[in-house]
Write a protein that binds this ligand. Structure first.
Ligand code: IPD
Ligand code: CA
Ligand code: CA
Length: 265
């Protein structure tokens, strides 16, 4: 597993360096939908990461955000978000990261989240813990919810689809100490793992947003499920990741009448 992790770390560091170097230069921005942006840096980073991985593991599958890669039906699949936090990036707001995970036979075995502006490399190997720059990570020991700091995000189709997370956001604003919206899901998860956030939830995420981050949280002693408290799969669209202590309490808020009503419409 170590050799896979080393490749992921090398690829993430190179992509992160490119992101940092080009952050405040002019970007070539395209739209993938009405508000879902992509910059030339997202694409260049994905090329760089995929080339790095393929140079060493040419027989592995790749699932990445910006391109479709023909399946080779390997038991090993790399799940890559080359730049998580693109809206921030395109606006020159320095909060974004690289996320790379390796799934083997359907289970994420290792993952990295690299935050270039802070120089923090978050890594995890299943069963061996989670670390940032060599320091072991532990989730926080805070609770109940009223004493906790949470994060979330909102889907790109929030203005025309009812499952927009607004009711959940309002409910957590009323029940937690505070709720933040930073704009990079993988970093939100890394911060739960590091005990800097106590809980995080979101809906309509893609496997590349969460594959590495969810492993960081569970390897740091936290709990990750879907909103119905079922075991989390990276192909689930609704994630709940916490320090464990507030998991039930957060699930209760997500199950409240107002929150559920958005799903029914
Ligand atoms: C987005 C970010 C954001 C989350 C969105 C994601 P992108 O990823 O992680 O925090 O709220 O749902 O799509 O597009 O910046 O890679
Ligand atoms: Ca993303
Ligand atoms: Ca992305």
């Amino acid at each position: 597993m170590q050799q896979y992790l080393e490749t992921a770390v090398r690829a993430a560091r190179a992509a992160g360096a490119m992101q940092k170097e080009r952050l405040w230069s002019e970007h070539d921005i395209e739209f993938k939908g009405e508000i879902n942006l992509v910059t030339e840096v997202d694409k260049a980073c994905e090329d760089l990461i995929v080339r790095t991985i393929r140079a060493e593991f040419p027989d592995h599958d790749i699932l990445a955000e910006e391109n479709d890669y023909a399946a080779v039906n390997s038991p090993c699949k790399w799940i890559i978000d080359p730049l998580d936090g693109t809206t921030n990036y395109a606006h020159g707001f320095p909060w974004f990261c690289v996320s790379i995970a390796l799934e083997i036979e359907g289970i994420v075995q290792t993952g990295v989240v690299y935050h270039p502006m802070m120089g923090e490399m978050f890594i995890a190997i299943k069963g061996q813990g989670a670390f940032v720059n060599g320091r072991q990570l532990h989730v926080s020991s805070k609770g109940p919810l009223k004493n906790c700091l949470l994060a979330t995000g909102f889907p790109y189709d929030r203005s025309w689809d009812n499952e927009n997370n607004f009711n959940n956001f309002m409910n957590f604003q009323m029940t937690a100490r505070a709720v933040r919206r930073f704009g990079a899901a993988a970093l939100d998860l890394a911060y739960v793992a590091a005990g800097r956030l106590d809980g995080y939830w979101e809906c309509k995420l893609k496997p590349w947003d969460v594959a590495a981050g969810q492993l960081l949280v569970s390897e740091a002693g936290g709990k990750v499920t879907n909103h119905d408290l079922e075991p989390f799969s990276v192909y689930d669209h609704r994630i709940l990741a916490t320090n464990g202590i507030i998991h039930q309490e957060m699930a209760g808020v997500l199950a409240s009448k107002e929150s559920r009503s958005a799903l029914a419409d």
